[in-house]
Each structure stands twice: as C-alpha cells, then as structure tokens.
Design a protein around this ligand. Structure first.
Ligand SMILES: [Zn+2]
Length: 480
C-alpha cells in the first residue's frame, strides 16, 4: 500500500477495515528493545495507535508518521501496521546563517519542518567571508567586527544597508536543546582555512599579510584565508573550537576546507617555512596537513571532523581522520577515499544545492538523483544545502527549500529508488497543509518543475551570463 507519507515507510500492512484516527485517538507507547535505534512499529487498530520502539528517536519518528497519517486520512484510515527504519544514519539540511542572517524564531521554524520529515542533522554554517555568526567569549571581535558588513552586493544587487546579527552562546544552547527534543543533532560549521575573511577582519594577525580589512559584501571566493603557517593563528582556531565543542555536544564538527585560494600563502614566509619544516610539496598538501591537524585535535575531544571534498586534494586525509562531504568532485577523489573505507555525506551541487532556482534544479531532478552512485557502502548521509547569498527574505528561503528538501529526506530514509515521482508529488501535495500550519511557505506546485522554455530563461537570468557554457550544459541537463 502506497501511503502519501514522506519519507515513504518501508513496510505497510493493512490488517483491517477503516477505523477512526484523529486528534482524540489514544496513543500508547511500548518498549521494543530488539528494534534498532531509529526504527519503530506503528499499529493503528480500533481507533487507537500503538507505538513500539527501542529509543526516544524511534518513538519520535513513529509520532511524525502518525501526525502525517492523521493529516492525510481525513479522520478515518484502514487498520494497519507500519514497520519502518532509516536507510542512512545521517539525514541533513544545511542553513547558511552568514550571507543573510535569520534569527532564532526562523531557525526554529525550519527545524520543526525538517523534523516532520525525519531529518536528523542540522548543519549550521556559522562563519564565512561575509559574516561571523557565533559568539566567542574569548574573541569578542569575531562578532563585533566580523559579524557586521556595511552593505550587501550579492548578485550585483545593492541592498544599501548594513547587515549584522549573530547567535549568542545562550541562543545556541537554546537551539541545540530545541533540536535535541526533535532528535536532531546540530553539526556546526566553522570554515577554515578559506572563507575566513570575517575572522581576519576581526583579528588581522590571522591572515598572512596582517593587513586590516572588512568582511566581504559580495558572493565569491576570496584570498584572505587563514595563515596556516602561523602557530598563533592555528592556536586561535583550536581555542575557538574549544568553545564550539562546549556548545555543541554532537559527534560531528564541520571544519569546512573548500574554496581556499593559495594567493596569500604563495607570498607568505610563515607558510613557506611550515611547508619546508613538514616537507610538503605543494599548497594542496599544506591545506591537507592543516585539516588533518585540526581533525586530530577534535579527535582528542572525542569528535569527528567533517570536511568538504576539496580537502582530499593534498592526499593527506585518511578515512580515519574525517568524514567527507561531497558537493563537487571532478577528480573522483571521493571515490578513492570511499574505496579505502572513508565515510561520505552526499550533497551534490547539481541536485542538492537549493540556493539555485527550480529552473536549474527542478524538484524532479532532485528526486531522481541517486546519491549512492559508485560508492554506496561509503555513503553515510545525504544533505540538502541552502546557501543564502541570493536569499534576501525568509519566505524565499523557505520556498527554495520546500518542497525540494523533502526529496532529500525521502532518499536518506527510504533509500533509492523509493517510489514513482508521481506518487511522491502526490504525497507532497497531501502534506502541504502540515508545512503551512508550521508557518513554512512552499513554492507553488506549478513552479516545482518548470518547462524547458522557462528553464532556459530562468537559469541565465539567475547567473547573468557569468558562468561557462559547460556549467549551463550540466545545469540544464541531467534530468532522468
Ligand atoms: Zn601565511
């Protein structure tokens, strides 16, 4: 039986005729120690529901299924037993709080919506070139200076206003607890050594040149990265991570590692000296050895680092050092990493990056994507990412995420393939009222899958012709 629920449950067995199921139906919870951690069994019989699970997470997921069932069944549904468990242990969503900042209430609304669909990791992007958004007690200038920029010029749009905002440690504890109550672990991301301009603006000694600067105002990749050759700068990073690990109790800490230009390192005596001391042949190895050093530091605190796939370039990171998040890997380094036993989190740029228009990444394209590809055994997670350079309102942020994030939730829980696209979109339609009740605006259905003519118009308009023909071929193609 194909119920219009998301994610699709593993097994549904109809056991009897229709019975009453509504807000007044009693719910009983029983302990089922033999079930795996996140698994559950939900029985609907004689106007009541019985949940069996071995953990709080199992009970929570059964309850999400029950809420969806109530929402779609109109007060009566067949007697049934649902036996369910996730395919992947890591089912994530990324929110970038740096480029455009939304506060505690908005973040909580997104967490509520993600929890409904059994996502269990909130990857919180808290530091970048354009803003540092997490309070540090030891280094207050990170937010006082690095948390403000005098204007925003993303995509050539002049917003003509100062942009500020950060989360206090108290607010962060509140969000972490809010997530924990919904069986979501927060994975904070402190970007390094690239995307580091806001930190260098706050504390210029962190950069190779020591020159003063301001946080960036545009999208892009910027040269003022961390001076990894400076021991004081590396100690600074460790001190920041001490505060971060105090705030976030989860297993994973994301340390970035993407898009770090070598411009400053090339002319830096300290960086050159470190390369010589460690016998490193090139800058890829310099970055790799730095990421390895930080990952090892986190390991001493019982944590596992995650890095973006670029950090594999120097061939320094081994599977025991860190998990790797793959967003774009033209050289196939992730495949080698996987073959050696590495763990991968899949966030493919062309399918799971939701800052781009539906014309580039229609719902159907996201749904059709097989994140397991050539290295199924290595894939430990999937994650939908919402970067906010081009997201100027919270409504737009929600519409970019929903419903595309639901396709990621289904893939992470139900595996690949799960069901037909038609069945999936029917379920999305049926569940829209739940999202609306949670205060989440969703993109209107007639825009989920724009026709080719709209796509050809929408994509170049979004990028204003600044990217290569190869990019457009990839962006517009690849629909299964
Ligand atoms: Zn340097």
């Amino acid at each position: 039986m194909r119920l219009p629920l998301i994610p699709l449950p593993r097994e549904v067995v109809v056991t009897g005729p229709k019975t009453v199921l509504d807000g007044k139906s009693p719910v009983t919870v029983t302990d089922a120690p033999k079930l795996p951690e996140e698994a559950y069994e939900l029985t609907v019989r004689n106007g009541a529901a019985v949940i069996a699970a071995s953990s709080d997470a199992g009970v929570f997921y059964a309850d999400q299924t029950l809420q969806q069932l109530k929402s779609v069944c109109g007060g009566r549904c067949s007697e049934m037993v649902i036996r369910d468990a996730p395919e992947l242990p890591y089912r994530g969503f990324l929110i970038d709080s740096c480029r455009h900042f939304y506060g505690v209430e908005e973040i909580k609304r997104l967490i509520d919506a993600a929890a409904m669909f059994k996502l269990n990791r909130f990857h919180w992007h808290l530091t970048d070139d354009q803003g540092w958004r997490i309070e540090s007690k030891r280094y207050p200038l990170l937010t006082a200076v690095g948390g403000r920029r005098s204007n925003s010029l993303f995509g050539g749009v002049n917003e003509n206003r100062e942009h500020t905002g950060f989360f206090t440690q108290e607010q962060i504890r509140e969000i972490v607890a809010y997530c924990a109550a919904r069986c979501i672990e927060v994975v904070p991301e402190i970007e390094m050594p690239g995307h580091f301009t806001a930190a260098v603006a706050a504390y210029p000694f962190l950069g190779c040149t020591g020159e003063p600067m301001e946080p960036e105002q545009k999208e892009g990749i910027f040269p003022n990265v961390l001076c990894v050759g400076n021991d004081d700068a590396v100690a600074f990073v460790r001190n920041v991570l001490d505060e971060v690990t105090e705030l976030f109790p989860g297993m994973y800490i994301h340390i970035g590692g993407d898009e770090a230009p070598r411009t400053r390192w090339r002319h830096c005596e300290k960086c050159a000296a470190k390369m010589k001391r460690l016998g490193l042949q090139d800058f890829d190895a310099l970055q790799g050895s730095f990421m390895k050093e930080i990952a090892a530091y986190l390991k001493t605190k019982g944590r596992t680092a995650i890095t973006w796939n670029e950090s594999l370039k120097g061939n320094m990171l081994s599977p025991s050092d860190a998990a790797v998040q793959r967003w774009m890997d033209r050289k196939g380094l992730c495949l080698d990493f996987a073959e050696n036993g590495g763990r991968l989190i899949e966030s493919d740029f062309y399918h799971y990056y939701f800052d781009y228009p539906y014309g580039m990444t229609p719902l159907k394209k996201t749904f059709a994507y097989d994140p397991f590809g050539d290295c199924a055994d290595a894939v430990t997670g999937v994650e939908g990412a919402l970067w906010t350079e081009f997201v100027r309102t919270f409504d737009d942020l929600c519409e970019k995420l929903f419903p595309r994030l639901l396709a990621v939730a289904e893939r992470g829980w139900s595996g690949y393939p799960s069901r037909s696209y038609r069945d999936f979109t029917y379920a999305v339609h049926m569940l829209l009222p739940l999202l609306q009740a949670a205060g989440i605006p969703t993109l209107p259905p007639n825009r989920w899958d724009p026709d080719v003519r709209s796509r050809v118009r929408e994509v170049p308009a979004f990028f204003k012709g600044s990217l290569t023909p190869d990019f457009f071929r990839q962006a517009l193609g690849n629909i299964k």
